[in-house]
Design a binder for this molecule. Structure first.
Ligand SMILES: Nc1ncnc2c1ncn2[C@@H]1O[C@H](COP(=O)(O)OP(=O)(O)O)[C@@H](O)[C@H]1O
Ligand SMILES: [Mg+2]
Length: 421
């Protein structure tokens, strides 16, 4: 009988799916491990991971959780994207009290991580030997967490609480959690470690909220972009792991198509594996070229278009101008075309840079990164132009005309040059 595992695609493009092979995260993992080992005085004992969708935040949380459990920590994981965070944390603590070492639960009563919690009790936690003091019905989240942390301290261990999608959390609930952690971990130095993950825009929301002292005292880690060498190594090892082979020139082409995000690596690899009929056939250059095109289309649908739709109108306008200016998008050039004021433009630039959608080069030009690509913005411009009715009663072209500081007044789809009047 054929071994099904041998033919299974080792690449797993998705969200929250653990990769077969973690690529390019060893420095980050070391920092986080050292933080946990050093204890509450270390800033990294409470850390926040910041990155775009697909940069591997959830995969990193999962890997840290697994290592922590192996090292004897009690690990509780929750997702902030649905309300009721304090209740879920209390339920997770209650579950931990009722179970014994080595037990593990994922997403009780809920089909997805968002609605539930997961708890991993390590071997040797000493739970059975000395039960923690019983919880009282009037206890709030702080009491529950402090009770668990003091039990962990007594048994020479620690509790790790992870919160995913923290940018999507209810602000009031996050504020309560921050204040509890400030007391338990920062003030009382109890062994309750914290690791959260969210979109980079957090830097300008939660993390700059001066009322949440706790977050000012957390270490912040931007998810590092994959280098070309890391992509080459990661693709090669994953192909081998699946029992396949890849030609050298094909490997380089696949790595070049990967770019900074692990999610894209999984997409490119997945398509290359499928189109080449691996592992029976080696993956060659033309397989990888096709895979790059297919992956780019998937990436556009799953990351770039939702990212565009999530932006506020003023940030969309800013990007439209950047795209219309092409290589010449200086701040001055952008300002000369925009209807918004300088302060609004600088806020848009800051938000878009925090999200990783634009970068500022040394010569002062604003350029788009490979995440939200110019063609997505151009398509939005074209679609909107189709809905804009000009004086003639026909859709207008509306192409940006930077030098004339205007948009084209001709009918959409006209031939010849654009005209501003
Ligand atoms: N370090 C990594 N190396 C290889 N693949 C990864 C890595 N991190 C994440 N992935 C893969 O990328 C995809 C997105 O990861 P995920 O952790 O869900 O991203 P995020 O939470 O930042 O949106 C998943 O398919 C996952 O398996
Ligand atoms: Mg995630």
């Amino acid at each position: 009988m054929a071994d099904l595992n041998a033919t299974r695609n080792p690449f797993v493009p998705g969200f929250g799916v653990p990769p077969s092979e973690m690529v390019g995260r060893s420095d980050l993992m070391r920092d986080l491990r050292e933080g946990l080992e050093s204890g509450p005085r270390d800033e990294r004992y409470t850390s926040v991971l910041l990155g775009t969708r697909g940069s591997g935040k959830t995969a990193t949380l999962n890997a840290v959780e697994e290592n922590a459990q192996k090292a004897g920590w009690l690990v509780m994981s929750v997702d902030a994207s649905t309300g009721g965070l304090p209740d879920r944390i209390i339920q997770a603590v209650a579950w931990a009290r009722d179970h014994h070492e080595g037990a593990e639960i994922a997403d009780p009563d809920a089909g997805h991580r968002g609605g539930g919690y997961s708890v991993r009790l390590p071997m040797g936690f000493g739970w059975g030997a000395s039960q923690p003091a019983p919880a009282r019905p009037d206890w709030d989240m702080r009491h529950h967490l402090a009770g668990l942390a003091s039990h962990a301290a007594a048994s020479g261990s620690g509790v790790l609480l992870t919160v995913d999608e923290i940018h999507a959390g209810n602000r009031e609930e996050i504020r309560r959690l921050a204040s509890d952690l400030q007391h338990i971990t920062k003030r009382d130095q109890m062994p309750l470690a914290f690791l959260a993950a969210g979109l980079s825009v957090l830097e300008y929301t939660l993390l700059s909220d001066m009322r949440m002292t706790f977050f000012q005292r957390c270490a912040r880690f931007a998810m590092p972009p994959l280098t070309l060498a890391e992509a080459v190594g990661g693709l090669r090892r994953t192909v081998r792991l699946g029992g396949g082979q890849i030609d050298d020139d094909a490997l380089l082409a696949a790595a070049e198509a990967t770019g900074p995000l692990p999610y894209k690596l999984q997409l490119v690899g997945h398509h290359a594996w499928t189109v080449s009929a691996a592992p029976d056939e080696p993956i060659n250059l033309s397989d990888c070229r096709l895979a790059a095109t297919l992956a780019a289309e998937d990436f556009k649908q799953k990351i770039a278009i939702p990212a565009w739709d999530d932006l506020c109108r003023s940030d969309q306008e800013y990007l439209k101008i950047v795209v219309s200016l092409g290589d010449a998008a200086t701040r001055h050039g952008i300002a000369s075309l925009a209807s918004a004021e300088a302060s609004a433009l600088s806020r848009s630039e800051r938000r878009l840079r925090a999200l990783g959608y634009v970068g500022l080069s040394d010569d002062g030009t604003v350029s788009m990164t490979g995440i939200l690509t110019p063609d997505v913005v151009q398509e939005a411009i074209d679609t909107e132009a189709g809905y804009t009715i000009g004086a003639t009663g026909h859709p207008r072209c509306n192409a940006e005309m930077p030098r004339a500081k205007a948009t084209c007044v001709l009918r959409a789809g006209h031939t010849g040059r654009h005209r501003s009047k």
